[in-house]
Write a protein that binds this ligand. Structure first.
Ligand code: SF4
Length: 577
């Protein structure tokens, strides 16, 4: 039976408990959201002693199953004030699962500012004070921890932004090459970790017992079919492996939905310069790596190693959302500048979507010129100096920066920045932005599939019909997928393959030794959302917060000249209440 590890960050008390009964069927987001709902007072201060930071492997993580090594981090978000689950790749999840640990719960907070490292291996748990890591970037921290604990460990780490309790702070995870380039980015959970005085968690699975699979033969057969499903689909088998997620730059630009200059236009005339095709061309010319996985067992491999002109590594996990937020949204059209900005975000421990929007808001205020990549780099570097007030403001995200600089045009829902699809031209995903308990989050219900990519259906992205319903169904399905440990990109193949959900049900059944049906999976997604909505309601959220900012309603978006035209009442239909 999988275990839950509780660590009191004030007393350093450590305890293990077995996940029995229904809790043993929960992983990832289902586990983080259930525990937060049960144990965190919704009105507590997110950086106070009553909030908890929960790290949970997916239910299927630690097995040899393709693309099942994602991890969830949850807590009350200091950015949104609501419940939060942020999801990441990296090696941590599988190593943690192999130790038989499904969840880690960090509780309470130390009386004084601390810089501690938690180390887990087959023999137990150690908590060490390591003040020498204070203020270090995630890359330098990871290097020191690999030197101390060996190259094979997995690391979860925060940067200076998390230590300084900034609202845009991410939690970074090391990838198979040891780079802390995979981010649980959204919602400022890095600040929650910083408030608990934990700089990093290191996991060593050497000699670990491994993850239990009750019916190994059935699991093996279903895992084979699962790999076929992913390999046979055009997006997961060809598109993403060839050009990474940035293949979307040209597609979304063509659709007139690529937010440009802080959501003023739906097309960017320099889109080609920052496209996935261009990125692969540069990487191949310079001797980087155009295709790699963020964790062992990923057969889609949408990641890469982006290098400079001398072939020196700059960054990885250089995703579409990151390229868009820091690029077309700010009019920066130089991929090398964008790669440096991505590296800075990863090293400082900052969410790239939040920072791209924040830089655009700073440009809106006239702080730096539109399109000036070097000025954006210089601005972001201020976050390293914990005494620099501009750095403090920027690292708190777009809402805070807009308030500090007097900018009205701030694209957020529930104080969290919008991702890379203009909701006036991809209305299904706009419904998700408005209604997800997470705040604006494309991954919570990725209707780009049906609106633009025509995967799993065909719904007009510019009209209203069908978009509330598709967002609702996707939000349910996503909540379930986020609980398994699967990378969300499997959804492309799942939506288009008849036996995909059956196969997932077989895999879970074989793993836990109980008969799990497709209906059970759907009901799991519904119960996760109910936990999340009820937490937010008790935290003080009302339906008034389920809406996009005014300028989306009032300002037509070129080239289609559509506006956001859903009422709050219509949007309520997308919620599982
Ligand atoms: S497809 Fe991309 S995001 Fe998903 S597991 Fe593979 S490398 Fe990570």
């Amino acid at each position: 039976m999988a275990k839950l590890l509780r660590i009191n960050t004030k007393t350093k008390d450590i305890s293990f408990e077995e996940l029995s009964g229904k809790l043993n069927l929960l992983g990832g987001r289902a586990l983080t959201s259930r525990l937060i709902r049960k144990e965190v007072p919704p009105t507590c201060h997110p950086l106070g002693k009553d909030n908890k930071l929960i790290v949970a492997t997916g239910l299927l993580s630690g097995t040899p199953l393709a693309n099942s090594g994602r991890i969830s981090v949850g807590g009350k978000s200091p950015l949104t004030g609501g419940i939060k689950e942020a999801n990441a790749g990296g090696t941590f999840s599988q190593k943690m699962a192999k130790l038989g640990i499904r969840g880690i719960v960090l509780e309470d907070k130390p009386e004084e500012k601390s810089t501690r490292v938690i180390y887990l291996d087959k023999d137990g748990v150690k908590i060490e004070d390591m003040p020498e890591l204070a203020g270090l970037g995630t890359y330098a921290t990871a290097e020191k921890l690999f030197a101390k604990y060996g190259k094979k460990v997995g690391i979860l780490v925060i940067g200076p932004a998390g230590e300084d309790l900034r609202l845009g702070a991410s939690i970074q995870f090391t990838d198979p090459k040891g780079r802390p380039a995979r981010a649980a980015g959204r919602g400022g959970l890095g600040a929650v970790m910083g408030s608990k005085g934990i700089k990093a968690i290191v996991v060593n699975d050497e000699g670990a017992p491994g993850t239990e699979i009750v019916d190994k033969e059935t699991f093996k057969a279903a895992a084979k079919r699962w790999a076929e499903i992913l390999t046979n689909h055009a997006v997961t088998g060809q598109g993403l492996p060839s050009f990474g997620t940035s293949i979307l730059i040209n597609i979304i630009n063509e659709a007139g939905a690529l937010p440009t200059k802080n959501f003023r236009f739906g097309r960017f005339d320099k889109a080609q310069e920052v496209s996935g095709e261009k990125m692969v061309e540069i990487i191949n010319k310079r001797g980087g790596v155009a295709k790699e996985g963020c964790h062992p067992g990923c057969i889609i491999q949408c990641s890469q190693s982006y290098v400079d002109e001398k072939g020196e590594y700059i960054t990885s996990g250089f995703e579409y959302e990151t390229v868009w937020a820091l690029g077309p949204n700010t009019l920066i059209d130089n991929l090398d500048h964008l790669a440096q900005l991505d590296r800075l975000c990863d090293d400082l421990g900052l969410d790239t979507i939040e920072m791209g929007n924040t830089i655009a808001v700073a440009m809106e205020a006239g702080l730096i010129p539109w399109g000036d990549g070097q000025a954006a780099i210089d601005l972001l570097k201020k976050v390293y100096d914990s005494k620099d007030y501009l750095g403090k403001i920027i690292a708190n995200g777009a809402t805070f920066t807009g308030e500090a600089l007097g900018v009205e045009r701030v694209p957020v829902v529930k104080r969290q920045s919008l991702p890379a699809y203009d909701p006036r031209a991809v209305k299904g995903v706009g419904v998700t932005y408005a209604t997800s308990p997470m705040g604006a989050d494309h991954t919570a219900g990725y209707a780009v599939c049906q609106n633009i990519l025509k995967v799993g259906g065909d719904i007009n992205p510019l009209g209203k019909e069908g978009n509330v319903e598709v967002s609702k169904n996707l939000q349910i399905a996503t909540a379930a997928i986020d609980s398994t440990g699967f990378c969300l990109f499997v959804a492309f193949a799942v939506l288009d393959t008849e036996d995909a959900l059956e196969t997932i049900a077989k895999l879970i059944s074989a793993k836990v030794g109980q008969n799990i049906t497709v209906d059970d999976i759907v009901n799991l997604g519904i119960s996760v959302l109910k936990d999340e909505y009820s937490f937010n309601q008790d935290a003080g959220f009302t339906k008034a917060q389920d809406q996009l900012p005014d300028f989306f309603i009032n300002e037509p978006l070129p080239p289609h000249n559509t506006v956001w035209d859903f009422s709050i009442e219509e949007l309520q239909q997308a919620k599982v209440l």
